[in-house]
Design a protein around this ligand. Structure first.
Ligand code: PRX
Length: 657
């Protein structure tokens, strides 16, 4: 989306830092100095920054990383020992035990919010940790968390961290199949779920989904159920455990395990351009240093502020900026169970007013959806507590940026457009409220320690200077970087380090403008970004071809007004199958069941044939152009085995907008 309006936005002057940020944590001068220091001597820079968290055994080594394909290895603070949960809870008890750690805002505004202090958090996390131990979960074991946005999700994450178990959260919108695949790939010993999950006034049957998933998993996998709504569910004696009841009876004392800095804290599955989702592995030490530092500096978080990140803990944004970053900093973090439009389009702003939120962090897709409802929904509420606004997940189109700035921020809140990825653990390119002037749609400048490099897509030549385009790579490691793909280090190397030797490849295209600002222009691989959710087109294709009536499928993204990108599927049916409206609906439903609602195709075009090269390779470039309704510039089609299929696809295209 950034590309469309980029020319005019780029030409526009920078938005100055609004008044009131003179005493921001990072000043313009400090940014320049600290950035230069982080580039000149990463060991010294991070050696100092590592001290922002507590170490049981201090590290003596800082950086030990290698980006060379075949030898890729990422280690930070490698001889240090710490416990992440103790950093997020215990170390705050003496000074802020009675401060609220988590404000939980339920789906429906009629249900009272919960205010959980650091002391209460300690109690709950220790109890849940003891329940896990009683179920035989030990250090290094994997635990899948399939929970809605309830405090127990944070307790579960921290309980795992406390005993050294590795959590793997599966977004509650994923289907039983997707859940089963993740339980099996990580060989998890237990799954923690809830009876049902209220969202936007409806309820997702999580426990029923877990039951269906567990049919495909080892019998030994335990199912810990949080009875959240009290809705009726089935119950398998011997396998299902009432976790809240056991927490009530458990001891509130649980020692925190001393973990090595490089011990995995969590696995989070994410989509790539090929094959099944990858288990992204994050470390304990480097990850926590990076999540806490970025949360504090990117949002200019100060003691006593109320911080609200609207993401779901099922995504990396929820890991780093609802739970680990804020809690490591002793912050008050808001956790919201609901959706922006329930009970009406004013809900986000009602919550901001109610809890006097100071930093608000959301996704462009939410801004666009609310923008469409009109500014009157924002204007009903007192948003004077807001100081900093954030954006994440996809390029923010300048129109949405300007609306966010004007109606939500009233022109006095800097917008931090944070570019990063599941793989990066925390922000990579972002403005800082008191230090970096903004431009609508630009991620702006790199965070400390991050070395962006622009390369030519073909050939991988380094592109120097400003006013240039290319693919975005990172030249050296930073502490929050993923360490490996769970169980497949080779895949880690091939995915990120093979194509452009010596660099970490983000998969994104970018432009560095005349001022040296970075603009992320979107993925250059077969990953699409739907409402800020990352989706591999290959995953949707394999779900479609698993349907008995489908012979072949090709999936691409196309511009979508609200979602950023929509899912466009070309489907070739089996011989003799009639293409009907009912079948179209059936296929959409099928994909929802196979992967989850976020993967539902927006448009399905019946394709009697797909454009293929003579060697049988589908020419996606052509399919993308047709889906974008931009078929005037199809480029070279001479290598196609049968060029006539293209005319048929154009004639019957689904997007004529
Ligand atoms: O394409 C970029 C886009 O989201 C991708 C990462 O997706 P995921 O791993 O799901 O993490 C999303 C939340 C961190 C990136 O490769 N992306 C993320 N943030 C931005 C963005 N594109 C442009 N601007 C951003 N601020």
């Amino acid at each position: 989306m950034a590309g469309k309006d980029q020319g005019t936005a780029e030409a526009a002057s920078k938005h100055p830092i609004p008044p009131g940020f003179e005493n921001a944590l990072v000043s313009p001068e400090a940014y320049k100095e600290m950035y230069a220091a982080s580039m000149a001597d990463p060991d010294a820079f991070w050696g100092e920054q590592g001290k922002r968290i507590d170490w049981i055994k201090p590290y003596t080594k800082v950086k030990n990383t290698n980006f060379n394909f075949g030898e890729v290895s990422i280690k930070w603070f490698e001889d240090g020992e710490l416990n992440v949960a103790a950093n997020c809870i215990d170390r705050h008890l003496a000074t802020r035990g009675d401060q609220v750690a988590i404000i939980w805002e339920p789906d429906g505004p009629e249900t009272p919010a919960k205010h959980i202090t650091y002391r209460e958090l300690h109690d709950k996390v220790c109890r849940m940790a003891n329940v896990l131990k009683d179920q035989g979960i030990q250090r290094g074991d994997r635990v899948v968390i399939y929970l809605p946005m309830i405090p127990e999700a944070a307790y579960a994450m921290l309980a795992c961290a406390r005993i050294g178990a590795i959590h793997s959260i599966v977004f509650a919108g994923f289907s039983p199949d997707a859940l089963a695949n993740r339980i099996n790939d990580s060989e998890a010993k237990a799954v923690i779920t809830a009876d049902t999950a209220p969202r936007g006034g409806r309820r997702t049957p999580l426990k029923a989904n877990a039951d269906a998933a567990l049919l495909h998993c080892k019998d030994s996998v335990r199912c810990l159920v949080v009875k959240h709504t009290g809705d009726q569910t089935t119950w398998t004696e011997g396998r299902d455990i009432d976790v809240l009841a056991l927490m009530g009876a458990a001891s509130a004392d649980c020692p925190a395990e001393a973990m090595n800095a490089e011990d995995p804290l969590f696995i989070l599955y994410t989509s790539g351009s090929t094959g099944k989702p990858k288990g992204v592995v994050h470390s304990s030490g480097g990850y926590l240093v990076y999540a806490s530092m970025t949360q504090q500096m990117t949002f200019d978080y100060k003691d006593g502020d109320i911080f609200w990140c609207t993401a779901d803990v099922g995504w990396v944004t929820g890991h780093s900026y609802i739970v680990y970053g804020p809690l490591a900093n002793g912050a008050t973090t808001v956790m919201f169970e609901g959706v922006p439009t329930y009970p009406d389009a004013g809900r986000f702003w009602a919550v901001c007013e109610k809890h006097k939120v100071n930093q608000f962090y959301t996704a462009p897709t939410a801004i666009r959806a609310l923008m469409g409802q009109g500014p009157e929904w924002v204007e009903k509420y007192d948003l004077s507590s807001l100081r900093v606004l954030g954006s994440v997940g996809e390029p923010i189109n300048p129109e949405a940026w300007v609306w966010y700035d004007k109606h939500v921020g009233k022109g006095r809140c800097p917008i931090v457009d944070t570019f990063w990825q599941t793989e990066t653990g925390g922000h990579m390119i972002t403005s800082l409220p008191g230090a970096i002037e903004t431009k609508p749609g630009a991620a702006t400048l790199p965070f400390f320690g991050v070395k962006p490099v622009v390369l030519t897509a073909e050939g991988g030549q380094v592109v120097e200077g400003n006013g240039v385009d290319g693919v975005l790579c990172i030249g050296d490691s930073w502490p929050g970087q993923m360490r490996t793909v769970w169980g497949d280090h080779q895949r880690f190397q091939e995915t990120y380090f093979q194509q452009y030797k010596g660099y970490y490849f983000t998969g994104d295209g970018c432009r560095r403008d005349e001022d040296g600002y970075y603009w992320i222009t979107g993925r250059v691989d077969d990953v699409i970004n739907v409402s800020g959710h990352r989706m591999g087109t290959a995953e949707v294709e394999s779900a479609l071809v698993a349907h008995a009536k489908v012979a072949e499928a090709a999936v691409v993204g196309y511009p979508h007004e609200i979602k950023g990108q929509g899912i466009y599927a070309y489907v070739t049916l089996m011989n003799g199958v009639e293409p009907t409206e009912d079948l179209r609906k059936e296929l959409v439903k099928w994909v929802r069941t196979e992967i989850g609602p976020i993967a539902s195709p927006d448009l399905i075009q019946w394709a009697p044939g797909l454009p293929k090269t003579r060697s049988g390779k589908i020419m996606r470039r052509i399919l993308r152009k047709i889906a974008e309704n931009d078929f005037g510039a199809l480029g070279d089609t001479s290598t196609l085995a049968d060029p006539s299929v293209v005319d048929d696809l154009i004639d019957n295209r689904m997007n004529r907008g």
